[in-house]
Design a protein around this ligand. Structure first.
Ligand code: SF4
Length: 229
């Protein structure tokens, strides 16, 4: 079925409110943030209104398939993992993502949400651990940061800043200080693969005694960024 005809069916369907457009659901190891290393089911929602220059999931911008939320829950359950990560794209670009998050929490999973920081997170179920980006200048999307989101962060959430240059690092350092980010939740600094030497970023953090957590994306070390890993 073509994308256009699928959308038309969905819009007219009485069960439209129970569906989401999904790029992939897969079972792997969480490669970053607080739940790093845990076996995790990833639910990747289709679509993103941003275009970060270093984006590594451009394949999620278009396409995908409509899935009923019940079917998503059944597939997640089939993998027998305690952790579920809802990601994208930008998952919050589909409003029904909020329903999926709530249903996953109700089912007893440890649920995380990877979000760009450009869309409002206020209505996300408080049981969900938000991993929220702040976009540094070299992403090309820094103007999209929705700063009011900082007021909706809970202690179990995480702010992630992806750093592609020394200028990005200095911007990130300034943002952490200006907003006392480390007092709100964990702050993660992550180098852009191929743009900043990880060791260089680590040494900057040490030299400046920053209250942030350095991270490398474990899945890239393990699988060299293969899709579905
Ligand atoms: S917000 Fe995420 S998915 Fe969207 S363009 Fe940026 S990195 Fe890619």
């Amino acid at each position: 079925m073509s994308e256009a005809s699928t959308s038309a069916v969905d819009a007219a369907s009485p069960v439209a409110a129970e569906r989401l457009r999904i790029t992939e659901i897969f079972h792997s190891i969480q490669g970053e943030a607080d739940a790093i290393g845990w076996r995790t089911v990833f639910v990747r929602l289709t679509g993103c209104p941003l275009r970060c220059v270093w984006c590594d999931t451009e394949y999620s911008f278009h396409g995908g398939q409509w899935h009923a939320i019940d079917a998503i829950l059944a597939e997640v359950a089939s993998h027998g993992a305690r952790h579920v990560c809802v990601t994208g794209g930008e998952p919050l670009a589909q409003k029904r993502c909020l329903v999926l998050l709530q249903r996953l929490c109700d089912a007893g999973y440890e649920v995380s949400l990877e979000t760009s920081g450009a869309l409002d997170v206020a209505a996300v179920d408080p049981r969900v651990r938000k991993v929220m980006d702040l976009k540094a200048p070299d992403s090309g999307e820094s103007a999209r940061n929705l700063w009011s989101n900082l007021d909706h962060l809970l202690p179990h959430d995480q702010v992630k800043i992806v750093i592609a240059s020394r200028a990005d690092y200095e911007w990130a350092r300034g943002v952490v200080a200006e907003h006392a980010l480390e007092q709100r939740c964990m702050v993660l600094f992550s180098p852009v693969w191929g743009k900043v030497e990880p060791r260089e970023l680590a040494e900057w953090i040490i030299a400046d005694k920053l209250p942030v957590r350095f991270q490398l994306q474990l899945h890239k070390l393990l699988w060299n960024d293969a899709r579905g890993k």
